[in-house]
Design a protein around this ligand. Structure first.
Ligand code: AOF
Ligand code: ZN
Length: 370
């Protein structure tokens, strides 16, 4: 399964389909074939592994298939993998993560009905981690939202006169472009689109464009001028109303946007945080102090520390003089009054009191135009 996960990671991080890997083992446990999914419309990992076996002159009959995602049971862009594995005569199937996609699920049952033993849950945590954004989007019907903030040490995005280039350094900016190249869509509010005239393209350090360019989304009704950079080379441009974020996210979910990167500005960041709609934070922080000027996030309606929008640190990386903090939404607690010590994001303060993180609070709508 570790090999299958490594194979899966070779596939593209963006796109409507999951990254999936598959290994076929002979009865002695030796790998005889492998495959992974290279993006929507190409063979699924299981079909790729079966094709790999045949191209090597190996009969897949009697092999054990190790797959990172439950084999599909549907005719989509390609045929059902459960049937392909049954027809190939595999002896057993091991799966990391069950398929939550309602149109594709059911492969494990179909294999079992054909007399093939199936185990689900092998290295499930690693499998879930690899498919984090895709699983979230398929389960929730809306994209996984990563909010990017690039700020001074005191959380500011511009000086008093409005100048903002460049708070973070070249390495932090280059990193942010590699993230753009891995997501399905990038969003900004229409205010930022008009003020900053961003291109929202994913660029290499030499200025050239990455092959994959994310969909460019502007939230808000204010029209963009004809000469806006957003109308220039890059991903497709889509403008959506910004006054109902739930509806906007669902519209992106309907377009099979699995991972949305939000790049600003403060009005949109604030609205998403207030609506508890941010799944991951990418905070690029420069050792720069401004003391005054616009902050990355506005009033969230938080008046007491227990209500703060708190995230769990996943990773910290040094990028030249700057830091990148990656932090994730704390999953909602099991119940409104989860007891201290139970799972679910409690935070202990110096005085020994324990608060349940507020991320379990219901998502709030914002009526404000962005
Ligand atoms: C993949 N690659 O290796 C596996 C997938 O409409 P399709 O044919 O592109 O099918 C996409 C669905 O198939 C996907 O959402 C997932 O539920 C299932 N399994 N998909 O793209 C794979 N095994
Ligand atoms: Zn399939």
């Amino acid at each position: 399964m570790r090999r299958a996960l490594a194979l899966a990671a070779l596939g593209p991080a963006h796109g409507p389909n999951p990254r999936v890997g598959c290994v076929l083992l002979d009865p002695g446990g030796r790998t005889v074939a492998e495959g992974y999914h290279r993006g929507a419309g190409t063979p699924h990992a299981e079909a790729a592994a079966l094709a790999d076996a045949r191209s090597r002159g190996v009969d897949p009959r009697g092999t054990t298939a190790v797959v990172t995602l439950e084999p599909c049971a549907h005719h989509g862009r390609t045929g059902p993998c459960a049937d392909a594995l049954i027809d190939a005569g595999v002896a057993a199937v091991h799966v990391a993560v069950g398929d939550p996609n309602p149109v594709a699920t059911g492969g494990a049952d179909r294999l079992r009905a054909a007399g093939i033993p199936v185990t689900v849950g092998l290295l499930a945590d690693e499998g879930e981690e690899l498919l984090r954004a895709w699983l979230h989007a398929v389960r929730a019907g809306r994209p996984y939202v990563t909010l990017k903030l690039a700020t001074s040490l005191d959380g500011r995005v511009a000086a008093v006169d409005g100048t903002s280039r460049w708070i973070t350094g070249a390495r932090a900016r280059a990193h942010a472009h590699t993230v753009r190249a891995q997501v399905d869509a990038i969003a900004v509010g229409s205010g930022t689109a008009l003020t900053d005239d961003p291109s929202l393209t994913a660029r290499r350090t030499d200025g050239g464009l990455f092959d994959h360019q994310p969909l460019r989304v502007v939230l808000g009704r204010r029209p963009l001028p004809d000469g806006a950079r957003l109308r220039g080379p890059g991903g497709e441009l889509l403008q959506l109303p910004g006054d109902d974020l739930d509806a906007a996210l669902r519209a992106l979910g309907d377009r099979e946007v699995r991972h949305l990167l939000v790049e600003g500005g403060p009005t949109l960041a604030t609205a998403l945080l207030a609506a508890d709609a941010v799944d991951e934070l990418h905070a690029y922080v420069a050792p720069v102090l401004l003391g005054a000027g616009a902050t990355a996030v506005g009033d969230l309606g938080v008046t007491t520390i227990g209500d703060a929008a708190r995230f769990a640190t996943e990773d910290v990386t040094r990028l030249g003089d700057d830091l990148l903090l990656v932090a994730r939404r704390i999953a909602p607690a099991a119940g409104p009054a989860a007891p201290a010590g139970s799972a679910g994001g409690e935070i202990e303060y110096e005085n020994g009191s324990v608060h349940t993180a507020q991320h379990g609070r219901p998502r709030r709508h914002t009526e404000e135009e962005i």
